[in-house]
Design a protein around this ligand. Structure first.
Ligand code: G3H
Length: 542
């Protein structure tokens, strides 16, 4: 497939003009949500270029302009932060003092409103970040499901805490309480799902939010502003747009952010955490870099290993934090593995996000394509080859996945998280070499091992579980099911995100305690029976 064939996969200007190719009505967002108000925006804006290009009459490609959004600065950051702080009101605001049941009702209202925007958000995901229609629909539906599961998890948690304990002459009641203002920043690859995987638990636990949408995938939030406004008390959700480098440091430096949640790079997280003037007051819940390896042993079922490694390395063009980013394959089978991998890769369909059965879609920006090319040149200079004929072909934002072999320590691909459609394969002779790769990595999210031997499973799992937080046996790395703990060691994560863990991550236990005297018992009985407190209560949520 040469440039011309790749180019032909993009819609032409005339297809778009005549409506014979799917297109999208531009979204020019001119409002922000601050303090419960949709504030009209008249300042600078950021243009949004689609991952999808339009083919011009002369064959050149131009990224479609599909909208724009506000570019806030220091004043807007301050306003959003002050609104969140005022709504929290040192824990005395209506939201942090509501019962779990009351907050659940608001969340149910929100999810019903959000569900109405499915088609708008799916279309935006396709055009903003180039995600296939099927995967965009999955992202939306998985997020709705995540919110519903979070509601059920909170009911269970709250019900467990709706009772008193009597220990050593002390009566106690322990509940989870909010942390304060949460600054929430999601990634471009799952702008809805990963942002909400932190925002929703943070919100439902009673925190107030400053939401900074990602640069790619920002427009999807416009559709949800009214839903946030209507479903939650004022100031509970506030948005800030614009350059992260400009606005985010100001938020941290203010000292008013109590929890930072970021799905992004460890370099940015390191920098931001240090800006907080009282660093011990800042809780960080972070999903960061990863360079998950697949270790394929000589006795592996090659067909299965190839299938899983292909999915693992190239789903959504390799743009998943959980993607397999290096395949470490035993030298006895590496040739057979690589040949089969290339054969299967060639069956993948390249095209636009709306094409049936498409796997490889445009990348969200041209710099990303250039970065892939730079990694390939570096590997070639250091002696690697691109194994697949079309590997590295490009046109506009489309990049044909490249399988690179043999990858060695001298190459950038050995350690850099490519986060894109380049698949490095490294041979090994002694399993210690593969283990050493994981041990010496700065990352510690997951690993996949491929073997049919129980002895080898034991030999690999036991050391690997102390290096990463999930060892996948004969399957690719992934986050789901969302009830499983999702976290990482080293520079890959801080805190744990699963439906239940996230509720804990965004809250802290607080309790009342009283001496087990007749007077205390009578007093507490009266507080409960006359519903004098929302915290001291034995209500059961059904
Ligand atoms: O980008 C990181 C995502 O959390 C990965 O989720 O494994 O479900 O694709 P996934």
């Amino acid at each position: 497939m040469d440039d011309t064939e790749l180019r032909a996969l993009f819609p032409s200007e005339s297809d778009l003009a005549q409506g014979t190719s799917p297109t999208i009505a531009p979204v020019h967002q001119r409002r922000t949500l601050v303090g419960g108000e949709l504030i009209p925006w008249t300042g600078r804006t950021v243009p949004v270029l689609s991952a999808v290009c339009a083919r011009q009459a002369d064959g050149s490609l131009r990224q479609l302009e599909i909208g724009s959004y506000p570019s806030g600065g220091a004043a807007e950051a301050e306003a959003a932060l002050n609104a969140a702080a005022a709504a929290y009101d040192h824990g005395r605001g209506p939201w942090p003092t509501m019962t779990a049941g009351e907050r659940i009702s608001c969340m149910q209202d929100f999810v019903a409103r959000m569900a109405k925007h499915r088609s708008t958000i799916v279309e935006l995901l396709m055009f903003e970040i180039g995600k296939s229609r099927v995967d965009s629909e999955k992202e939306f539906d998985r997020t709705i499901e995540y919110i519903r599961a979070t509601i059920e998890a909170l009911k269970a948690l709250d019900n467990e805490n709706s009772r008193f304990h009597i220990v050593e002459g002390t009566i106690g009641q322990i509940r989870r309480t909010p942390l304060g203002v949460v600054l929430c920043m999601g990634p471009y690859n799952y702008p809805l799902n990963e942002t909400f995987a932190t925002l929703i638990p943070a919100l439902i636990m009673g925190n107030t939010i400053v939401l900074k949408p990602p640069r790619y995938g920002a427009l999807i939030f416009d559709a949800l502003l009214e839903a946030f406004q209507a479903a939650f008390p004022k100031g509970v959700v506030n948005t800030i747009y614009g350059s992260g480098a400009e606005v985010v440091p100001l938020l941290l430096e203010s000292g008013q952010v109590n929890a930072l949640t970021l799905i992004g790079s460890s370099r940015v997280a390191d920098h931001l955490k240090k800006l907080h003037p009282k660093v011990n007051r800042l809780r960080a819940i972070l999903g960061l870099d990863a360079k998950n390896a697949a270790i394929v042993l000589p006795d592996a079922d090659i067909e299965l290993a190839v299938r899983e490694c292909l999915l693992g390395s190239l789903s959504f063009n390799g743009q998943r934090c959980t993607a397999l980013k290096i395949l470490i394959v035993h030298e006895e089978i590496v040739d057979a593995f690589a040949q089969q991998f290339v054969r299967e890769l060639e069956k993948l369909i390249l095209g636009m996000p709306w094409h049936d059965g498409v796997s490889i879609t445009p990348l969200p920006d041209l710099n990303k394509v250039q970065y892939m090319l730079d990694l390939l040149s570096d590997a070639q200079v250091h002696g690697a080859k691109i194994l697949n004929r079309r590997g590295g072909a490009r046109a506009g934002t489309l990049f044909y996945p490249a399988v690179v072999y043999p990858v060695t320590e001298a190459m950038r691909l050995y350690r850099e998280e490519q986060f894109g459609p380049v698949v490095p394969i490294m041979p090994f002779k002694d399993v210690e070499t593969a283990l050493e790769y994981v041990v010496t990595s700065d990352h510690g999210q997951q690993v996949s091992i491929f073997t049919s031997s129980p002895d080898e499973v034991g030999r690999l799992v036991d050391p690997l579980v102390n290096q990463v937080c999930r060892v996948n046996i004969n399957c690719q790395c992934q986050r789901g099911p969302d009830v499983f703990p999702f976290t990482g060691r080293k520079d890959s994560a801080e805190g744990t995100l699963s439906v239940t863990d996230a509720l804990r991550s965004f809250s802290i236990r607080s309790m009342i305690a009283a001496k087990q005297t007749e007077a205390s018992k009578a007093l507490l009985r009266e507080v409960v029976q006359q519903r004098r407190s929302k915290f001291v209560s034995t209500d059961f949520l059904f």
